[in-house]
Design a protein around this ligand. Structure first.
Ligand code: ATP
Ligand code: BTN
Length: 254
């Protein structure tokens, strides 16, 4: 990744032809103490995963799958801040492409025109309430055709479908790494508050009626905000608020 405009993220990159999941490789490197900002990129994942153990499809040559190792000094509750940070970075990188209006769907997806183009999976290891390392796994649909996306059930899109022409995967990777680097630098200097502001400007359904689905039940309300760790605050019809953590629920428009 020569010429990358970055202070930390992506300065060291490992390319593996195939692996179970780049998050697995990145975690192993983190356990061995690899430099902060190390990136693991693959051509093919045999066991790519999303939240709640769901599968992530990333066809060779069309998808972009990578993971970044970070060592922020935070407690486990604060880790969702970095899912938000990564989502904003991806939105900013996508918006560098002409005509792409990307938005975050809380907590961990990036949508274009109402369809999913990217998913983010943050995983960490903690000891005595301190995060030892954090891995941010990012999967982007870059050059999948409509036909390749069809098995995902019409809910997914790619940068190629949205822009009408093939898009450079390396270009997208560079753009995301540069945006991640600048937002991580901002977080190190000023914490989560400015990122929360950036997140608000690019998120879907902010201030709008939404439905939050849990395993057992569903809540309806207005998407009021996120809290200082990135948890979703819903304003219910009785005017009370309820906070949701990313591990437990899915968000839909009402
Ligand atoms: P929600 O975030 O609302 O709970 P989700 O469908 O985004 O729902 P996640 O766990 O965030 O759920 O993402 C995993 C899901 O993403 C899988 O269940 C699958 O439906 C979908 N998926 C898998 N691969 C892709 C892909 N390449 N592009 C878009 N969606 C995909
Ligand atoms: C989701 O939508 O729930 C998150 C999907 C995250 C996919 C990326 S691809 C790179 C990294 N490796 C994985 O196994 N998952 C993430």
């Amino acid at each position: 990744l020569s010429g990358l405009r970055s202070r930390c993220i992506g300065l060291r990159a490992h390319y593996v032809k195939t692996t179970t999941s780049t998050n697995d490789v990145a975690k192993e490197l983190a356990r061995q103490g690899t430099e902060e900002g190390t990136v693991v990129i693959t051509e093919e994942q045999t066991k790519g995963r999303g939240r709640l153990g769901r599968a992530w499809q990333c066809p060779p040559r069309a998808g972009l799958c990578f993971s970044v190792v970070l060592y922020p000094r935070v407690n486990p509750m604060e880790v969702s801040q970095f899912t938000m940070l990564a989502a904003v970075a991806v939105v900013r990188a996508f918006r560098r492409l002409p005509g792409i209006d990307a938005r975050v769907k809380w907590p961990n997806d990036v949508y274009i025109d109402g369809l999913k183009a990217c998913g983010i999976l943050a995983e960490m290891t903690a000891e005595a309430d301190r995060v030892k390392f954090l891995v941010l796994g990012i999967g982007v649909n870059v050059n999948q055709t409509r036909e390749e996306l069809a098995p995902l059930g019409n809910a997914a899109t790619s940068l190629r479908v949205q822009s009408g022409h093939p898009v450079s995967r390396t270009g997208v990777l560079r753009a995301i790494l540069e945006e991640l680097d600048s937002l991580y630098t901002l977080w190190q200097a000023e914490g989560f508050a400015p990122l929360k502001g950036l997140w608000k400007d690019v998120t879907l359904w902010y201030g709008c009626p939404v439905v939050v689905r849990g395993l057992q039940r569903v809540w309806e309300g207005i998407m009021e905000d996120i809290d200082d760790n990135g948890a979703l605050i819903l304003r219910l019809s009785d005017n009370s608020t309820k906070t949701f953590y990313s591990g437990e629920v899915s968000l839909r428009p009402s």
